[in-house]
Design a protein around this ligand. Structure first.
Ligand code: AMP
Ligand code: MG
Length: 313
């Protein structure tokens, strides 16, 4: 663990440090330090083709790193920042291709956590910060989770994450017409974004997987033992037989996991429940799919559950 001043010192000298945000803990590096950016990828064992989100303390600062900052970007920032919304916009030369995996756009977000906002204001350099976990594994929502996932990395403890899952990501394009594309669902609802821009003529696009979005890779957020999503009623024996047959394994036990019905509560506890369940002595985790999980409000949660799971029965 480290203090805010120590975190700033680590960042200034080109190191990486885990920082709290309202979504999940991030593994941060200053964007003007290429060696530090490389350390993010090495520490996470993250492939270089997966771009990083850049964290800023204000829309004013975000603008400094964009080739274009259309009025709708300002409106979205005014309405949802600080908060769990990432805007993907054309980048300028101040953003290294290391951050964007060579894309000519950058993902920007102003997080809603006082400790991280305070660091951003003090250093005046944005921070690239993907989730502070090994690539493909469950994201951390407490300092303790980070310590377990990335031993040896200093963590600034900011308590448990209030939102609990990664930001909503939208790409904003103005040519040939105004277009907003949902790249990743999150707790800023897609419907709220549309409502906020009701005075604009916008083409909305959902679910285009051509641009890489986090978790467009099918395996993501994975717990330490397989997660099975159970959509049918069946006996324990039938379930075991079915899982063994489908996964070609010889499992003999499982643990049940559940989630609160209220979507914001469910998001807040999702990753800690997955981690907890992953530590048990049983062979796999079962989440029984309930009708409320299929409702629109659960879309961001369902997105994570699908990617974290190994099987749906
Ligand atoms: P995270 O792992 O939560 O930090 O989220 C990073 C994700 O944001 C990446 O996996 C990307 O898919 C997405 N992202 C970041 N920058 C861009 C970009 N320029 N274009 C499209 N997606 C982006
Ligand atoms: Mg991640």
């Amino acid at each position: 663990m480290c203090s805010e001043d120590q975190a700033i010192e680590i960042l200034n000298r080109g190191g990486v440090v885990a920082i709290p945000t309202e979504t999940v803990y991030g593994l941060a590096a200053q964007i003007d330090k290429p060696e530090a950016l490389k350390k993010i990828f090495q520490t996470k064992e993250r492939p270089f083709f997966d771009p990083l989100i850049v964290h800023v303390y204000s829309a004013q600062q975000a603008k400094d790193y964009c080739d274009e900052w259309p009025p709708v970007a300002q409106i979205l920032a005014d309405n949802f920042w600080p908060g769990p919304l990432t805007l993907v916009l054309p980048k300028n030369e101040k953003i290294s291709p290391l951050i964007t995996a060579g894309l000519d756009t950058v993902g920007l977000r102003c997080p809603r956590h006082e400790k991280t906002l305070s660091i951003l204001r003090k250093i005046q350099i944005p921070l690239a910060a993907p989730s502070a976990n090994k690539f493909g594994k469950t994201s951390p929502t407490s300092a303790q989770h980070v310590a377990e996932s990335l031993p040896g990395i200093q963590v600034l403890d900011g308590g448990e994450c209030e939102v609990g899952i990664e930001s909503t990501i939208v790409a904003v394009k103005t040519e040939p017409q105004l277009q907003i594309e949902l790249l990743r669902p999150g707790m800023v609802p897609w419907g709220e974004i549309k409502k906020t821009l009701k005075n604009y003529t916008v083409e909305y696009i959902e679910g285009n997987k051509e641009i890489l979005a986090p978790g467009s890779l099918d395996d993501h957020y994975m717990p330490d033992i397989p997660l099975v999503l159970l959509e049918q009623n069946m006996s324990d024996k039938t379930l075991l037989d079915s899982v063994n047959k489908k996964l070609k394994l010889h499992f003999s036990s499982f643990v049940n996991m559940d989630l609160p019905e209220e979507n914001y509560m469910a998001a807040r506890v999702l990753y800690s429940r997955l981690r907890e369940a992953g530590k048990c002595k049983e062979d796999f985790i079962v989440l029984k799919v309930k009708p409320f999980m299929l409702e629109e409000a659960w879309a961001p949660l369902w997105d994570r559950l699908k990617k974290a799971s190994s099987l749906k029965i």
